[in-house]
Design a protein around this ligand. Structure first.
Ligand SMILES: *Cc1c(COP(=O)(O)O)cnc(C)c1O
Length: 386
């Protein structure tokens, strides 16, 4: 670790970068080479081959992510789901039991309930707000506890400090998907999480143009996960590494702007008569606002809200927008908007969605980097047409 800097903005730009620079290049070039000269001492770990995460672009990112998350080590992978699945498969084996947050990202929900079950790994869903209930769910073979910083799409904030404490006192591996917060707003390793996963596709890259994922933790944990990644084959290609590295340099300024913009937009929406309800951790009426204020450096760029009049009104509203773009995904420079019941959560039945509080008219908004006043004017025009 370079001692000359300690701030997150400096880490984003300088951590992990080769010194001296490669041929004097200020920006680390793309190493479009799948294999490297073999330098003597025999052994698998000396082999430099692209799938083994030993390409220079992969190594720069691994160090940069570890510096950002305040962990000993980190790994980049081909997608957020590659990072999550490889990490879970490295921690859990047949016969193990997992405690998992009851409102998981869709891909992770499918992985836990279908794929892990097929491999003989069982799970129990837990209520992230009610730490007293976790003990009852604990079994002799419980190995890990898995949560998300802010849930999708309702933006609930689990009691993450209690999760880390509970894991420590019960000898569980604590795992968190920190995608919605990004390491700018929360660094879960600081209060004891063992493994922190992020979808690099979202805030870390931030330009809606690649797919990538990261996992950070102790050297021991990351070495295990690296061996699993070597076998499963989810190493990130150098060109995507380069784009992720480039995107990361502006992460702090992007996320802070998005937080500021989202707070103003959430305030605007909550006062509009055509809006029935707004969920944003930065609003005082959010059920976990106090926890968010205490732990998060910013409330994030994600807002969920309902317009009066249900799904049809929501669709009319979204079709009238001219600045915000109707598309899934989040965390990028373009403001994106979806109706989860018709898009990202359409895989769930109406009953499952109702049970999770995802009404048909619910709208999820990822605030981008456009001028805040332009976005508010866009919403204002569209709300007028509902
Ligand atoms: C998008 C997302 C993922 C999956 O990431 P991919 O890069 O699409 O594989 C995981 N968790 C959360 C919270 C996400 O938003």
């Amino acid at each position: 670790m370079n001692e000359a800097f300690s701030g997150v903005e400096s880490k984003l730009i300088h951590a992990g970068e080769p010194r001296p620079q490669v041929d004097g290049a200020v920006v680390t070039p793309i190493f479009q080479s799948s294999t490297y000269l073999y330098e003597g001492t025999p052994g698998y770990h000396d082999v430099r081959y692209i799938r083994l995460s030993t390409n220079p672009n992969q190594r720069v990112l691994n160090e940069k992510i570890a510096a950002l998350e305040n962990t000993e080590a980190a790994l980049v992978a081909t997608s957020g789901m590659a990072a999550i699945s490889t990490s879970l498969l490295s921690v859990l084996s047949a016969g193990d039991h997992l405690l998992a947050l009851d409102c998981l990202y869709g891909g992770t929900h499918g992985l836990v309930t279908k794929d892990l079950t097929q491999l003989g790994i069982t799970y129990t869903f837990i209520d992230g707000q009610n730490s007293d209930s976790w003990r009852e769910a604990l079994r002799q073979n419980t190995k890990a506890i898995y949560v998300e910083t802010l849930t999708n799409p309702l933006l609930q904030f689990p009691d993450v400090e209690a999760v880390a404490r509970f894991a420590k006192s019960n000898n569980l591996v604590s795992m968190i998907d920190n995608t919605f917060a990004s390491p700018i707003n929360l660094r879960p390793a600081d209060f004891g999480f063992d493994l922190v996963m992020e979808s690099g596709t979202k805030y870390l890259n931030g330009h809606n143009d690649i797919v990538a994922g990261t996992v950070a933790g102790s050297s021991d944990h990351i070495l295990h996960i690296k061996h699993k990644l070597d076998h499963l084959g989810g190493s990130l290609d150098p060109h995507a590494c380069f784009l992720l590295q480039r995107g990361l340099k502006t992460l702090a300024v992007r996320v802070r702007y998005q937080c500021e913009s989202a707070l103003r937009i959430a305030g605007y929406l909550s006062e509009h008569p055509a809006v029935a309800r707004v969920m944003y951790p930065g609003l005082p009426d959010h059920p976990q606002h106090d926890r968010a204020q205490k732990l998060l450096s910013g409330f994030g760029g994600m807002i969920s809200f309902e317009v009066a009049g249900g799904a049809e009104a929501a669709d009319r509203f979204m079709r009238s927008l001219q600045v915000a773009t109707l598309a899934p995904s989040l965390g990028g420079v373009e403001t994106l908007i979806v109706r989860p019941a018709a898009a990202v959560h359409s895989g769930l039945s109406k009953e499952e969605r109702d049970a999770s509080g995802i009404s048909d008219g619910l709208i999820r908004l990822s605030v981008g980097l456009e001028t805040t006043d332009d976005l508010i004017a866009d919403f204002d025009r569209a709300l007028g047409s509902v």
